[in-house]
Design a protein around this ligand. Structure first.
Ligand code: AR6
Length: 331
């Protein structure tokens, strides 16, 4: 199920559980901990007093009281001491323990702040990376929707290593909007007209003309048909594909059952990424939904950057899209 990166105050999130970046006493503090206790009311502290604290890397659960969230999962991140004191291992454990606790309480939606990235001084870029990688890995095997709540935009510094290449690629490829709007129109004009709605209307071919038949069949394929064919060809299950695409199971079912479903561009791109299609094939799949990669669109260039490098990690792609204020893929 999907991972969304959002900018918000976590105390406002209407989810089953929000995660608190607490300290080992679980008796409140500053930062997001202070915000959560203020919004939940004094009953939260009362319940926290009964828990007997929590070791670093673990998590404990309470009710949400006056919060819109049903539960608060309190986890204790590591204090940053330079990186040589198993900080990463402990931070990974915070995310895992919190997710497992959420699942044990039948939560379907969970929101995390960037644990340890404030008072505990974990470098923000590395904290985001640990969060995205750990949550992403967990979601491959579980049906849960997770929100990573980023409070301040400065958490996403363009200068950092993981995004530096993306910034340079955008500089090289982002073309003047006016010039490119014309190019985009031309590109659309060059696309084949929408295929007829039903394969039965395709002209019949002599049996020996197999390859032409196949070509015509492919032209007639809808987005949904092409998607399902490619899932089969890649030997993937539906679930593997929609999870890798950061797509909700319900949306996938809709696409599966409606041959003529027209997805949004981010959804079509998400499937191209999940199927690990090279650029040309990705372009073909997008074309089935009536879209094309455009150098007038920063988000297209960012996705293209990752595909061209064979990096099909949708969470990393979304991290970059978020950093550049673009709509995320999937979801
Ligand atoms: N919503 C979402 N994120 C927030 C909010 C909010 N309302 N407020 C802050 N953040 P921190 P830590 C972000 O310091 O580093 C407390 O005193 C913030 O920008 O809250 O794990 C505890 O009691 C930052 O990116 O947690 C502990 O003693 C992230 O949340 C200690 O701080 C985490 O920053 C824990 O330190």
């Amino acid at each position: 199920m999907p991972l969304y990166i959002v900018r918000n105050d976590i105390t406002k999130m209407k989810v089953d559980a929000i995660v608190n970046a607490a300290n080992e006493s679980l008796l409140g503090g500053g930062g997001v901990d202070g915000c959560i206790h203020r919004a939940a009311g004094p009953e939260l502290l009362e319940e926290c007093r009964t828990l007997g604290g929590c070791p670093t890397g673990s998590a404990k659960i309470t009710k949400g009281y006056r919060l819109p969230a049903k539960y608060v999962i309190h986890t204790v991140g590591p204090v940053w001491h330079g990186g040589g004191h198993r900080e990463k291992e402990k931070l990974v454990s915070c995310y895992r323990s919190s997710l497992e606790l959420a699942a044990a309480h039948n939560c379907e939606t969970v929101a995390f702040p960037l644990i340890s990235a404030g008072v505990y001084r974990y470098p923000k870029d590395q904290a985001i990376q640990v969060a995205v990688d750990t949550i992403g890995a967990y979601l491959r095997g579980h049906e849960l929707t997770v929100y990573l709540v980023v409070y301040d935009k400065s958490s996403f510094q363009i200068g950092r290593e993981r995004l530096a290449g993306v910034a340079a690629y955008i500089d090289d490829h982002y073309v003047d909007v006016h010039t490119d709007a014309a190019a985009e129109r031309q590109r659309f004009a060059a696309l084949p007209a929408d295929p007829p709605p039903c394969a039965a209307t395709a002209p019949s071919r002599p049996p020996q003309d197999r390859s032409l038949d196949e070509a015509v069949e492919k032209l007639d394929e809808s987005f949904s048909q092409m998607l399902l064919r490619k899932i089969g060809e890649k030997g993937m299950t539906d679930a593997q594909c929609y999870k890798k695409a950061n797509i909700d199971r319900k949306l996938f079912s809709k696409i599966r059952s409606d041959t003529h479903y027209r997805p949004s561009k981010p959804t079509a791109m998400a499937f191209a990424v999940a199927l690990e299609l090279p650029l040309e094939e990705a372009q073909e799949l997008l074309g089935k939904a009536g879209f094309a990669f455009s150098h007038a669109s920063k988000s297209d260039i960012i996705v293209e950057y990752f595909i061209a490098r064979g990096n099909y990690n949708i969470y990393e792609i979304n991290e970059a899209l978020f950093a550049f204020d673009q709509s995320l893929l999937g979801g």
